[in-house]
Design a protein around this ligand. Structure first.
Ligand code: ZN
Ligand code: ZN
Length: 457
């Protein structure tokens, strides 16, 4: 059963003047719209007294670490590092978590991965994993806000640890938390896919993370994603004297790009293909012998992505045939799966947003639009998972210089700590009621079975 509750400015006023930034944001039309309605699942919001107490302890622990968490985030933001090169972030985060009393495994499965554990997880006590990402983008730094994802992971871990510690003091072992440092999410580098191959996620019962974005929502749509490299091989010749003796690999590259543009007209609304020419030849007076393109292909499900990949392959082959070139089509080894949001877990998260004074967006034009891809999609097909997106004080898109600036502001800190509280409280709901875990796992099993039966229309 669910209730529908209007949030008015008057209701909002009860939150008090504690957070001027947050109140000030009400002037923003988008946020006003976001606040208009919030769905609260009354069933999932019922909490045991133990959960209520532990949630308070978790939120307090996060609040007490506000300054130090802000510094940690700033340090990562000021030192943007690319996929698998996040050595400074690895050192900053592991040092911090070690001081907080976690058991650390440095360089976990890769030089810049880490694992930080606290608690016991004997059956049937749940083991929650919270994800920290920390890689940046070339040229534009932390334009996806992964410095904040790192902070959310660590802050949520601190909150859950405080709750577990309190329970232990009264001889109650209710579960275990791991903060997992997962490198290399951007640019199809697939850090989590490597960890899955190492069996890392077999240790956990459910997974949580949160990602900065232009709105806040619990159930974002995330595309399945494949990367493909296309190489054309022709024959060089003097471009002025004997062009007819050459076979032009740049023409093949341009044709393939245009073939994809033609295909785009018949693509489904939620399919995406975007690419660049990474090698267009060396000099204008030499007929280009070798060229290379890189494309990303995306679709709402892995099954649809296969159909799209087939069509794109035909475009690449046709360009080779038209120009007389040879072609090599190499799909990346790390396919990103679409995100499978666990509805039970998302319901718990949504119920906790109220307590943490987080406003969920209810504009379906925004919440029903795909938001990109993530290797956390692969995790979500193994474990009950949520990947909320959250507002950080700007309505600009990710992967822009403006978003990079927003990710380093004090305003983003406020929103980030609220998200950490939401995630920590969601974990505590499950830790205090392991029956929820059974429900979450059954739901995931059902979702995956249903997907297998799906036919492509
Ligand atoms: Zn990104
Ligand atoms: Zn990102």
């Amino acid at each position: 059963m669910s209730t529908l509750r209007s949030i008015t400015n008057k209701t909002y006023a009860v939150y008090g003047l504690k957070n001027f930034i947050y109140n000030n944001r009400l002037q923003n039309t988008q946020v006003k719209k976001n606040l208009s309605l919030i769905h609260v699942d009354t069933q999932t919001s019922k909490m045991s007294t133990q959960a209520v107490d532990l949630k308070k302890i978790a939120c307090q622990a996060i609040d007490e670490s506000t300054a130090i968490l802000g510094q940690l985030s700033q340090e990562i933001w000021n030192n943007p590092e690319l996929a698998f090169e996040e050595h400074k972030a690895h050192a900053t985060l592991t040092k911090f978590l070690e001081k907080q009393g976690f058991d650390i495994e440095h360089h976990y499965t890769s030089p810049t991965g880490f694992r930080a554990d606290f608690g016991t997880s004997e059956h049937p006590q749940p083991h929650v994993v919270v994800i920290s990402e920390y890689d940046a983008l070339p040229e534009i730094g932390h334009a996806c806000g992964h410095n904040l994802i790192a902070e959310v992971g660590v802050a949520t871990g601190i909150g859950i640890k405080a709750a577990l510690q309190h329970a232990l003091e009264t001889n109650q072992q209710i579960g275990k938390v791991t903060v997992l440092g997962t490198p290399a999410e951007e640019n199809c580098a697939g850090g989590k896919i490597d960890m899955i191959k190492h069996g890392v996620f077999n240790d956990f019962d459910f997974a949580l993370m949160a990602h900065p974005f232009k709105i806040t929502m619990a159930r974002p749509l995330k595309f399945a994603l494949d990367m493909v490299t296309v190489k054309y091989h022709g024959k060089p010749s003097h471009a002025a004297g004997f062009p007819w003796e050459g076979v032009n690999a740049l023409d093949a590259a341009v044709c393939s790009y245009n073939n994809i543009s033609c295909l785009r007209q018949q693509m489904k609304p939620n399919w995406r293909v975007h690419g660049i020419i990474t090698n267009g030849g060396s000099k204008p007076n030499i007929i280009p012998e070798n060229t290379e393109l890189c494309f990303y292909l995306r679709a709402p499900t892995v099954a649809e992505l296969k159909v799209l990949s087939q069509k794109a392959t035909q475009c690449f082959q046709a360009a080779a045939m038209a120009t007389g070139c040879e072609v090599d089509i190499e799909f990346g080894e790390k396919s990103y799966a679409n995100m499978v949001t666990n509805s039970t877990l998302a319901g718990l998260y949504e119920a906790n947003t109220d307590e943490a004074k987080v406003a969920l967006c209810t504009d379906e034009a925004l919440t029903k639009s795909p938001t990109g891809s993530t290797d956390f999609g692969n995790v979500s097909q193994l474990l009950p998972s949520i990947h909320p997106m959250y507002y950080i004080g700007t309505s600009v898109a990710n992967h822009t210089r403006e978003f990079a600036v927003a990710s380093g502001t004090q305003e983003a800190q406020d929103y980030t700590l609220r998200q950490s509280k939401c995630l920590a409280m969601t974990a505590i709901d499950v830790l205090c009621n392991p029956n929820l875990l059974v429900k979450m796992k059954e739901e995931l099993h059902g979702q995956l079975q249903q997907k297998q039966k799906q036919t492509i229309g």
